[in-house]
Write a new protein. Structure first.
Length: 94
């Protein structure tokens, strides 16, 4: 049940991000998807994978450890990507 709710929330977040970035400039698309990745995709995706792994492994601590590893990595990768894109567009503007 909890996986279904997370999948629905993730799908809604992706749909909202798609609607916000549709027919916008490239810069706006990258900003919207970067923020969506940091705030919606990274936590929900890492939670889904962690809960699935914990139920397969039979240990809640395995899920906690997996989430403790995945969430910061996904968040930082998306943050670095967003900063890089913003810098790229700022340099191309000059």
């Amino acid at each position: 049940m909890e996986n279904t709710v997370a999948i629905i929330i993730l799908t809604v977040a992706l749909a909202i991000a798609y609607q916000l970035s549709k027919s916008k400039s490239k810069k706006r698309k990258y900003i919207v998807w970067g923020i969506t990745t940091m705030l919606a995709i990274a936590p929900l995706f890492s939670w889904l994978i962690s809960i699935t792994y914990a139920s397969i492994e039979g240990s809640g601590w395995a899920g906690v450890a997996m989430m403790g590893i995945m969430l910061p990595i996904l968040f930082l990768v998306s943050l670095v990507n967003l900063i890089y894109v913003l810098k790229l567009f700022k340099e191309s503007k000059n």
